[in-house]
Design a protein around this ligand. Structure first.
Ligand code: IVH
Length: 664
């Protein structure tokens, strides 16, 4: 019944909206979201008595997040109505032309990122605020300041507000996800989520590392600034060094707009950033008021959304893989099919619940798309095309490799094989141990590890270091000549000298990625100290939370793990850390004092950066001080430095210097 469906759709959309806007972790594609939204819009139009101001159709974004200062937008940050095809655009054009018969359109790319409002005062960058719920957003100034393309000062000297989109370029996104996977972290679903996740970090050094970019498309009060059209407003931004997207066109009618849309649909995959559609704006600013707006969106603009490239193929089978932590992942084996530029023959099905929710069965026809146009995903099955070969998938109760019972922990969607000796886990653990980010044994890749496991040469991680006793056996294997065996054995020997952090990461302790491994190694300095650490000691370390601490304790509580470490020690692996690595820089061996409030870093971050660059950071200024770095409201320390003729440096210059050395 339609009225019930309205309530149900509102519930669904509230959940999906929370996942999208607040958790940065959507569970459905944008297209599915739009489909639900459109269904609700249509039903609400049909049943006007069901109108409700709190309906998702009346809302703009997500809720405001905790942890950031809230800022009210002077003018609400509204969104745009969507068009999905040519007919929708024609209908929009017709509505516009009733009011403005000779309207032209400024057609722009619809950047797929995080909407943002920027404020300048007296030519200086002042504040950046997210959209939030449209009325109130979060002050993310410090994070936005890390975006290199945003000018800190502009020629225009009066107050100015611009709106636009913070994005993560595709190349940065791919690199980030590679790193996250290597560190055992969950990859981001798409560049938009990655950008949003980076902006929503309380620690701005994370945003800085993420190399975000931004494009600005909306000048507030443009008419008061002398602009007559949207294209003039964009030129105004260009003249002020505020980055706009040059890929835009003024179109005299909807057909010209449509052909620009067709052109960009073709070129979309070649752009260095993601776009999810195109935006049409009536170019004549002085007619906007007459055309008017609804609570949610203006009537003088519309967003055309690209259809996702979805293709249909047959799901031939579901195959389970076992990760090094024992995590079980079901994968769809597909009849190979081309999607968004590449051939896809497998797609993850994530977990048991996902298979049930999507009702995916073996031999079903399924719809495939690429999430964020990158990761192949099964969108849904097509039950209407099922035949007698369709077969419900029964999730295994036992590990397909070692046959021990699978476990599903409360609150977790994944199943685990908890047998430490499961051959699949063992080989994945060895692959991880030897990987570049861990012990970096570059001649021991996954193919070789799998081969050695198959032949019984490797039964556990420590067997890597007794490989030298099996030289003859190796030489008998196909493709292994004296030279390659020597190269392999030498690389293994060399890895023994790696510092503790590589070894700790290589152990594959759950929750301990590369960064945590480095922090632990630097804190405890030796493996013994780390193995003896208590929960209190661990949780007191910055960046080590309770879950990580428990996981570390669990790992070292296992006798088999302690034995493995002992064997690695006996084999000659180094069990202590390097001194903190420092980079030669202008700060090396200098005594530096920080004063005033820094806006780009916390004090701790600035201190850590300086130490990494070789400085000795002191707290008070004396004749021995080489340099004082000052932020806003610096007081007596800065004065003293000036009196003593000590060099001083403002925060912006410090940032420039740091950027020269830090490749982050
Ligand atoms: S204009 C009041 N132009 O898409 C008009 N929006 O679905 C403000 N977006 O809320 C929006 N590229 O977050 C506009 N060239 C563009 C855009 C753009 C991306 C985003 C923006 C907007 C949403 C609408």
């Amino acid at each position: 019944m339609s009225r019930e469906r309205i309530l149900e759709l509102r519930e669904i959309l509230r959940r999906l909206s929370r996942e999208y806007y607040e958790l940065d972790s959507p569970t459905v594609s944008d297209q599915e979201y739009d489909r639900y939204m459109q269904e609700l819009i249509d039903l609400e139009n049909e049943y006007p008595d069901m109108a409700d101001p709190s309906s998702p159709t009346q809302k703009v974004g997500g809720e405001v997040l905790e942890g950031f200062v809230k800022v009210a937008h002077k003018t609400r940050m509204i969104s745009l109505a969507n068009a999905f095809n040519y007919e929708d655009l024609l209908a929009f054009d017709e509505r516009v032309r009733k009011v403005v018969p000779h309207a032209t359109y400024q057609v722009e790319l619809k950047m797929d990122g995080l909407a943002m409002s920027l404020h300048y005062a007296h030519g200086q960058f002042k504040q950046a605020v997210t959209r939030g719920d449209g009325s109130v957003g979060e002050d993310v100034t410090n994070n936005v300041k890390t975006i290199a393309s945003i000018p800190m000062s502009i020629p225009y000297q009066n107050d100015l507000e611009v709106r636009g989109e913070v994005i993560m370029p595709k190349a940065v996104f791919e690199k980030l996800n590679e790193e996250r996977k290597e560190n055992g972290e969950e990859p981001f679903a798409n560049p938009r989520n990655a950008a949003a996740g980076s902006i929503r970090q309380l620690d701005s050094s994370i945003a800085r590392k993420r190399k975000l970019d931004a494009y600005w498309y909306f000048l507030m009060d443009a008419q008061a600034l002398g602009c007559h059209t949207q294209s003039e407003a964009l030129s105004f931004l260009d003249h002020n060094g505020i980055k706009t997207n040059p890929l835009r066109r003024i179109c005299k009618d909807i057909d010209e707009a449509w052909s620009f849309i067709q052109e960009m649909t073709e070129r979309r995959n070649d752009l260095p950033y993601e776009i999810d559609g195109m935006v049409l704006k009536v170019n004549e600013l002085d007619r906007w008021e007459e055309i008017g707006e609804t609570v949610k969106s203006p009537k003088w603009a519309i967003a055309y959304k690209f259809p996702a490239e979805e293709v249909i193929t047959r799901l031939k089978d579901i195959k389970i893989t076992v990760g090094r932590t024992g995590k079980i992942t079901p994968n769809a084996v597909l009849e190979p099919v081309r999607v968004a530029g590449s051939l896809v023959s497998a797609a993850t099905l994530h977990n048991e619940d996902m298979i049930a929710t999507k009702d995916v069965r073996i031999n079903d026809f399924v719809v495939i798309h690429k999430a964020g146009d990158i990761i192949p995903e099964v969108v849904r099955s097509l039950p209407e095309r099922r035949d007698e070969h369709s077969q419900k998938y029964v999730f295994p109760k036992y590990c397909p490799i070692c046959h021990s019972p699978l476990v599903r922990y409360p609150d977790e969607a994944a199943h685990y094989c908890i047998n430490q000796d499961c051959p699949a886990r063992v080989s994945e653990s060895i692959i991880h141990f030897a990987s570049r980010e861990a012990m970096n044994i570059d001649t021991l890749g996954s193919k070789r590890v799998e081969l050695f496991c198959e032949k019984g040469i490797f039964k556990s991680v420590e067997d890597i270091y007794s490989l030298k006793d099996k030289r003859d056996e190796l030489l008998k294997l196909e493709g292994f000549k004296e030279k390659s065996v020597d190269k392999l054995l030498n690389a293994i020997e060399a890895s023994k000298q790696n510092p503790l952090e590589d070894l700790v990461f290589g152990l594959g302790i759950r929750q301990v990625g590369k960064k945590a491994a480095r922090i632990l190694a630097q804190h405890f300095k030796t493996m013994d100290a780390l193995m003896q650490a208590s929960k209190e000691e661990l949780t007191q370390i910055r960046d080590i939370g309770e879950i990580t601490a428990i996981s570390i304790l669990d790992f070292f509580a296992l006798e088999s793990n302690r034995q493995m470490i002992e064997k690695l020690r006996v084999a000659g692996c180094r069990m202590d850390s390097d001194q903190i690595e420092t980079n030669e820089s202008m700060f090396t061996n200098k005594t530096v004092v920080l004063t005033g409030s820094l806006s780009l870093f916390t004090r701790d971050e600035a201190r850590a950066l300086l130490e990494r660059l070789g400085a000795n950071v002191a707290s008070s200024v004396s004749k021995k001080t080489d340099l004082v770095i000052y932020g806003e409201n610096a007081g007596s320390k800065l004065e003293k430095a000036l009196q003593l003729n000590v060099s001083v440096m403002d925060e912006a210059t410090f940032m420039e210097e740091v950027n020269k050395y830090e490749s982050i």
